[in-house]
Design a protein around this ligand. Structure first.
Ligand SMILES: [Zn+2]
Ligand SMILES: [Zn+2]
Length: 136
C-alpha cells in the first residue's frame, strides 16, 4: 500500500490519483472559464509538486481541452469530471480539482481569486482574502 496522504478519483471511478502533499495555496477560482468548465459558480483547486502526484489508474481516459490562452483542462472522457488544470507555462505543479479528493485531511482553501467575474447569484460570506484577478 502506498503511504500517500491524499487520494482522489473522477465520478465514474475510472481515473484515480494520489498525492503525497498539498500546497497551502488553495483557491476558489471565480474566473469565467472555471465557471463554464465546472458548470458552477466557482471552482476550487489544490496543487502539489509534480513529483508528489501519481496517476493510479485510468490515465488513458483523460481528455484535454486547451483554451486560446494556452491553459489546459483535463477531464474524464467517460464521466466528464474536471480533474486537472495546467497553466500555459510549466510551473512544476499539478493543479487538481479539490473536490475530486476522496477525503480532505486538514485541507482548507485560503483565498478567492478572480472575484472580478464572480457570478452575482452567490455571496462570499467567509473571511478569506479576495483577489480581483489572480494572486499578486
Ligand atoms: Zn470518470
Ligand atoms: Zn478559474
Amino acid at each position: 500500500m502506498s503511504k500517500a496522504l491524499y487520494r482522489g478519483q473522477c465520478l465514474c471511478g475510472a481515473i484515480k490519483y494520489e498525492a503525497d502533499s498539498v500546497d497551502q495555496k488553495m483557491g476558489h477560482c471565480h474566473c469565467t472559464m472555471c465557471q463554464k468548465f465546472h458548470g458552477a459558480a466557482f471552482s476550487s483547486y489544490a496543487s502539489t509538486l509534480r513529483q508528489n502526484f501519481r496517476w493510479l489508474s485510468g490515465g488513458a481516459e483523460l481528455s484535454v481541452f486547451e483554451a486560446e490562452n494556452g491553459t489546459k483542462r483535463k477531464f474524464c472522457r467517460r464521466c466528464g469530471s474536471s480533474l486537472i488544470f495546467e497553466s500555459a507555462e510549466d510551473n512544476g505543479l499539478v493543479e487538481f480539482a479539490l473536490a475530486s479528493l476522496d477525503a480532505y485531511p486538514s485541507l482548507k482553501p485560503d483565498a478567492h481569486i478572480y472575484t472580478g467575474t464572480k457570478v452575482d447569484w452567490i455571496e462570499i460570506n467567509d473571511d478569506l482574502p479576495k483577489h480581483l484577478n489572480g494572486r499578486s
